[in-house]
Design a protein around this ligand. Structure first.
Ligand SMILES: [Zn+2]
Length: 135
């Protein structure tokens, strides 16, 4: 049995990067960085957002309010979902380029169905991200 949940230490590392306050709350101060192997996965972060991590690349998925009532097609595991079973996320991949990704909720079993190959295909659609925050 594959455990579809992301590795806990990787999620913790991600939290430390994105939301240091949350990380401190959850894991306390002074936790050393781990030598984790290249990571690939979607990690729930905060406010319903997901972070897609592939190695040292990171993309933030922000949930948006879906329009209409038609069924949704998950872009990761390719199951058809009702509105209550999936969410649509907005991903800014460049200064003027945004992608929309539909994913099952919760993400854990979805990633389990998709497997690493599915996650790599999704990452291939998203990365590379133009660093719009560069000075
Ligand atoms: Zn799915």
């Amino acid at each position: 049995m594959n455990d579809p949940r992301p590795k806990e230490h990787s999620a913790a590392d991600l939290l430390r990067e994105l939301f240091p306050d949350t990380h401190r709350e959850l894991f306390g101060e002074g936790r050393a960085a781990t030598d984790a192997p290249p990571t690939l996965g979607l990690y729930p972060v905060a406010d319903g957002r997901l972070a897609l991590v592939h190695g040292d690349q990171l993309a933030e998925f922000t949930p948006i309010a879906p329009k209409g009532t038609s069924a949704l097609h998950c872009d990761l595991c390719h199951h058809t979902r009702s509105r209550s079973e999936a969410a649509i996320y907005r991903v800014v991949v460049a200064a003027r380029r945004t992608r929309y990704v539909t994913l099952c909720a919760p993400t854990g079993p979805c990633q389990g169905r998709a497997g690493r190959a599915g996650l790599e295909a999704l990452a291939g659609r998203i990365f590379p991200i133009e660093n719009i925050y560069a000075e």
